[in-house]
Design a protein around this ligand. Structure first.
Ligand code: F6P
Length: 344
């Protein structure tokens, strides 16, 4: 029986387990055996696996996180680690590897396919929804829904105390989570990394909303560009193995909250949803999308169509070149700016 390895890398998100389950169900149908590689690329470096049979994954569709574990390990950081990945591919007798991940994990998969001719296929995931070549990634719907629910709770307490509430959400350098949360929770203003904050506009809008209802909600993306006047307050920025700034250290919600209080005189509080928005049960949308892209990945393996990623294009799941997904990030583009102007 030919063997398929499955790994999940990068930040976890709801939908990973449905995707693993999708691969295993389809692989079983096509006559392949599956093994789970533990903790992302770290598991490929160390050769750590667990068996993955249909009965092991039957009920994981409703579980958040990933049963395989994950890490932000980058095997291309050290030459010997890349060698170990290739050796373990052989030692584990893998016919193919399904890498489920975002920009970083799929970037590694692309290099392994292009430079080392490994039989790799990709499955896109990320709560940030910032991958090119796919319309949506699973994880995004759940994370934004969770943030929308939290925003509703902030509105209740903010209204009661007649305060301005500032809500910081994750999303890395793409503002999709902040934008969708802000729209869905009737926020008064949204700060996105794609739009430089205009401090005067922010204060005017908050004052206007507050004078009407004695309350205002501002949604802030963690990666938003700071206003010129606040630049000095940025701490030194630590980076991960892929060179990304660890954004939670920037505390943008707090900074914007202080800026608002200072410039309006209105009592303002901030809240950060952080990793809470990344855990928990996947929504219906993410369960279905995860399942569909997982199944497609196994179909790509069966068809020998390596170097591809299972992508959502319109309402179809298609195989697209892995490198198209990782070349450039998909961020909130100008087509959204008029809508933003109308709503906020
Ligand atoms: O990429 C997903 C994400 O949740 C980002 O939105 C966030 O900036 C980052 O991961 C947090 O990473 P970590 O879990 O390593 O702190």
């Amino acid at each position: 029986m030919k063997k398929i390895g499955i790994l999940t890398g990068g930040g976890d998100c709801p939908g990973l387990n449905p995707a693993i389950r999708g691969v295993v169900y389809a692989a079983d149908k096509f006559g392949y055996e599956c093994v789970g590689i533990l903790d992302g690329w770290k598991g490929m470096i160390e050769g750590k696996t667990i068996p993955l049979k249909k009965e092991d994954v039957e009920y994981i569709i409703s579980q958040g996180g990933t049963i395989l574990g994950t890490s932000r390990t980058n095997p291309f950081k050290k030459e010997e680690d890349v060698k170990k990945v290739i050796e373990n591919f052989k030692n584990l007798d893998l016919h193919a590897l399904v890498a489920i991940g975002g920009e970083d994990t799929l970037g590694v998969a692309t290099k392994l396919y292009e430079n080392y001719k490994l039989n790799v296929v990709g499955v896109p995931k990320t709560m940030d929804n910032d991958l090119n070549a796919t319309d949506y990634t699973f994880g995004f719907d759940t994370a934004s829904t969770r943030a929308m629910d939290a925003a509703k709770a902030l509105i209740d307490t903010g209204r009661s105390h007649r305060r301005v509430m500032v809500f910081e959400v994750m999303g890395r350098h793409a503002g999709w989570v902040a934008l969708f949360t802000a729209i869905a929770s009737s926020a008064d203003y949204v700060c996105l990394p794609e739009k430089k904050i205009d401090g005067k506009e922010l204060i005017d809008k908050v004052k206007k909303a507050y004078s009407r209802k004695k309350f205002a909600l501002v949604v802030v993306s963690e990666a938003v560009e700071i206003m010129e006047e606040e630049k000095d307050s940025l701490k030194t920025q630590e980076v991960d193995q892929f060179g990304h700034i660890i954004l939670k250290e920037r505390g943008m919600g707090e900074k914007i909250s202080k800026f608002i209080e200072k410039n309006t005189g209105i009592e303002t509080r901030h809240a950060v949803i952080g990793h809470m928005q990344r855990g928990g049960e996947p929504t219906l949308f993410d369960r279905i999308l995860g399942t569909r892209v997982g199944i497609k990945a196994a179909q790509l393996v069966r068809d020998g169509d390596f170097g591809k990623m299972a992508a959502l294009v319109g309402n179809e799941i298609k195989g697209v070149p892995l490198k198209d997904a990782t070349g450039e990030l998909k961020v909130v583009d100008k087509n959204w700016f008029e809508l933003i102007d109308i709503l906020f």
